[in-house]
Each structure stands twice: as structure tokens, then as C-alpha cells.
Design a protein around this ligand. Structure first.
Ligand code: SAH
Ligand code: SF4
Ligand code: F3S
Length: 408
């Protein structure tokens, strides 16, 4: 099964298990009878939440128990998000606030990981301006947490692990789930789409899929354990399977998932309109367990803007998909993401988004003002509309959506 070039070899995972034991011993001698506490906070998307569940699982195996109380933690890990400037600012603010905690407790271990840390300029900033941060690791080093923590304890030096690589898949990591009856189930990682505004392909590596039988076995176990909702995760679930030898496609994966018996529903995100097929909608329409929610981010309703965004679909293609879904699944709840104020977008072009929103009548909408991301293509596009103006458009769109929600 380990033919896939992205898989972390079993020998490497076994090595990490040895580090887990070593850390457990260090922690035991440090804390004696007490169980040390770990605080893990997650910013960003469900993919990050799923990663944090692995972080928590590993920490528990190394002798920690989880706490919701920052003040009482012996180790604090922030799993960060880089999608918009606002997300990054929040992280910097919260990391700044840890300084006083560290002063009170010099043995406190502070770790930062996730998408923000995968960017060189951010890791550099942490290195230079936040000397009390002990550990920084990127998105491809998640499974190496035991080794990294061991280094922190053993060397008493700051540890940075930001690897440039296409990405990995580490199967078999422990998982501490804490989303109640919902279980997040990643089916793929990374993204190859390079939408011109988006940082994800740079911080999450190349698109890669988990083996279908591994995913389906995990789903079966979760359903047996009593989880009522399984959400399949990936940046573009519709291109599931492409990195696998003899892989099945997403529609087939969903068809097989739906065959698992039990009292549950399934959801998935995110579905990219360029790859979302009518075949998939047909499969959903005839599935017993589909929850009825279809998240289909449109980003813009204007074809010129969509082209500049490198989304690779048109307004007409999108509306055709939506209408097909509504026809085949009458109760479907369609939701979306929208970016307002993409560089070069005019008010008239923005109004095309407004008219699309009125036409589709979304169940709900996640609307964002464009945020310039270092290293992306759109960062070099001229952007003349002021933040104030963009905020006005944003408010206008929210109002339209409010009206629609009221009518529903
Ligand atoms: N893979 C998903 C999106 C993941 S990011 C997809 O293609 O649909 C979640 C949302 O954040 C995006 O849909 C987009 O609306 C928003 N987003 C991404 N980059 C952004 C940026 N630079 N500024 C503002 N919003 C952004
Ligand atoms: Fe970003 Fe586009 Fe990939 Fe979504 S599909 S993660 S918006 S690059
Ligand atoms: Fe943020 Fe990374 Fe997710 S940038 S939205 S946490 S993939």
C-alpha cells in the first residue's frame, strides 16, 4: 500500500514512537506524580482542526492531559492559519500575550505550528521577535512532534523545523477528537490549484490523497464508535484520487462510503466548482446518508474576475451546476465563499456577484474582503479600490444575504 511517494515510511513512524517514549520518561521525571497539562488552540479551517486532533493525540501518548485553561498549561501549542492578514494578526497578538505566562513559569513550553509557520518570513519574525517561543514547526512536520519536543527538552535550545517539501501523508497517528458527534475525516491534503489570491498551495504542499480503503475503514470505525456526522475534508475533494496509482475518484469514494451501514450522515468540503461533476450530484441524490449540504465556493459572479482569480470556471458553468443540484436534490442547502474587492474588481463587476447571490439564494455565505498574501500572483496585481470602499461593498452584500435568509 505504501507505493505512494507521499507516504511517510513505517520505519520513520516507528522512530517517532521511540521518541514518544523518551519524551514520556522526561515528562514523568519532571512532573513526578502530577500529570502535565497541554493547551492546543486551532486557528483556520477544519483541515487545521483535524491536524490539531493529531497533535493532541500525540501529546496524550507522551503523558500530557488536555486542558482548556491557558493559565494552567505546561505546554501551549497554537496551530496557525495564514489565509488572511487578520488571521495572522490574531496569532501575533495572542503569542505576544504569552510573554507574561512564560515569565511566571520559565518551564512552560510554547510551540507554534501550521500554515503561518510554513512561510519563511513568519518563522524568521518569530525567531527574531518572540524569543520565548521554544518550538516552531511547519505543516509537513506534524508527525515529528515527538522528536521535536525531545530536542526542546534535551538541548534546551529553540527548535525550528520548517521543511520545504511537496508534502507527506503520515498514517496511523493517534487522534484525539473533540467535536462531539462530528468527526473530521481528511481524505486528501495540499492543493495544486493556485487560485491567484490564495496562500494554501504554498503552505500545504502538493495535492495528495489518502488510500480509499484506509479512509473507508476509518469511516466505518467512526460510525461504529457512534459518530453521527462524518465530514470528508480536502481543499478540493473533487480531485480526490488523482495522486494515487489505480485510485478511485471522489464520486466512487462517496458511493462506497454511503454503503457503510449505520445511523449517520456525511458531508464534505471543499468542493471546487471546476471539478464538481454531475456524476457526483447524481451519487449524492441517490445516497442514503448525504446530509444535504453542498458547500460550493463561487468567490465571484463575474467572469473576468473569475479568470483573474484563476478559478477555471465561468458564472454560467457554476449556475448550471447549482441548478442541476437543486433539481436532483430538492432540499439541498447550498453554501458558498465570496471574496469582495479582488484587485482590479470594479463596482459593476461586484454587482455581478450580488446578482448571482440573489439568483442562487444560498443557505449561508462566508464573505471575505480580499487580503493580500505574500508570494501569491494577485499580490502583484494593481489594487486601487480603498479598504473603505471595499467594506461598503461587503456590507451591501451582507444586506442582500440577510434579506434572502429572512425570506427562507
Ligand atoms: N479550497 C477552498 C478554499 C479554502 S480557503 C476552495 O477553493 O473553495 C477558504 C476561503 O477563504 C476561500 O474560499 C476564499 O473565499 C477565502 N480566501 C482565500 N484566500 C483569501 C484571500 N487572500 N483574501 C480573502 N479571502 C481569501
Ligand atoms: Fe486556495 Fe484555490 Fe486551493 Fe482553494 S482551490 S485552497 S482557494 S488555491
Ligand atoms: Fe488557514 Fe491553512 Fe486552512 S491557511 S484556511 S489553516 S489550510
Amino acid at each position: 500500500m505504501q507505493k505512494n511517494k507521499f507516504f511517510v515510511p513505517e520505519t520513520e513512524l516507528a522512530e517517532q514512537n521511540e521518541y514518544k517514549k523518551k519524551v514520556k520518561n522526561i515528562v514523568k521525571s519532571r512532573f513526578q506524580q502530577e500529570t502535565p497539562k497541554a493547551f492546543v488552540h486551532t486557528y483556520g479551517c477544519q483541515g487545521n482542526v483535524a491536524d490539531s486532533e493529531h497533535i493532541k493525540g500525540q501529546l496524550i501518548e507522551m503523558g500530557y492531559s488536555m486542558t482548556e485553561e491557558l493559565q494552567s498549561a505546561d505546554i501551549i501549542i497554537y496551530n496557525t492559519c495564514a489565509i488572511r492578514e487578520h488571521a495572522e494578526d490574531r496569532v501575533f497578538g495572542n503569542v505576544g500575550a504569552l510573554k507574561t505566562l512564560k515569565k511566571k513559569n520559565p518551564n512552560l513550553v510554547i510551540g507554534l505550528c501550521g500554515c503561518m509557520m510554513q512561510q519563511d518570513h513568519i518563522a524568521e519574525k518569530i525567531k527574531n521577535s518572540y524569543p520565548y517561543v521554544n518550538l516552531v514547526f511547519g505543516t509537513h512536520a506534524l508527525h515529528k512532534l515527538p522528536e521535536l519536543l525531545f530536542k526542546v527538552f534535551k538541548t534546551k535550545k529553540r527548535v525550528f523545523s520548517i521543511e520545504e517539501c511537496d508534502g507527506v501523508i503520515a498514517e496511523g497517528m493517534p487522534n484525539e477528537r473533540d467535536s462531539g458527534e462530528n468527526a473530521w475525516l481528511p481524505i486528501m491534503y495540499g492543493c495544486d490549484n493556485f487560485c491567484s489570491y490564495c496562500v494554501v498551495p504554498y503552505v500545504r504542499g502538493r495535492e495528495r490523497s489518502r488510500e480509499a480503503d484506509v479512509v473507508l475503514k476509518e469511516a466505518e470505525a467512526l460510525i461504529k464508535e457512534g459518530y453521527k456526522k462524518i465530514t470528508l475534508l480536502g481543499q478540493n475533494v473533487n480531485s480526490y484520487g488523482k495522486s494515487l496509482e489505480n485510485g478511485i475518484n471522489f464520486s466512487e469514494l462517496v458511493r462506497r462510503l454511503d454503503k457503510i451501514e449505520g445511523d449517520y450522515t456525511f458531508d464534505f468540503m471543499t468542493s471546487h466548482p471546476k471539478d464538481c461533476t454531475k456524476e457526483l450530484i447524481d451519487v449524492l441524490a441517490s445516497s442514503e446518508h448525504f446530509c444535504g449540504h453542498l458547500h460550493l465556493p463561487v468567490q465571484s459572479g463575474n467572469n473576468r474576475v473569475l479568470k483573474e482569480m484563476n478559478r477555471k470556471y465561468t458564472r454560467e458553468h457554476y449556475l448550471d451546476l447549482v441548478n442541476y443540484a437543486k433539481e436532483k436534490i430538492p432540499q439541498v442547502d447550498i453554501t458558498t465563499d465570496i471574496i469582495v474587492g479582488f484587485p482590479g474588481e470594479t463596482y459593476e463587476e461586484f454587482l455581478d456577484t450580488v446578482s448571482l447571490v440573489k439568483e442562487v439564494k444560498y443557505g449561508s455565505m462566508f464573505t471575505f474582503i480580499y487580503s493580500k498574501r505574500k508570494g501569491t500572483k494577485a499580490a502583484d496585481f494593481p489594487d486601487e479600490i480603498t479598504k473603505e470602499e471595499k467594506t461598503k461593498w461587503f456590507m451591501e452584500l451582507l444586506k442582500v444575504q440577510e434579506e434572502i435568509t429572512k425570506e427562507q
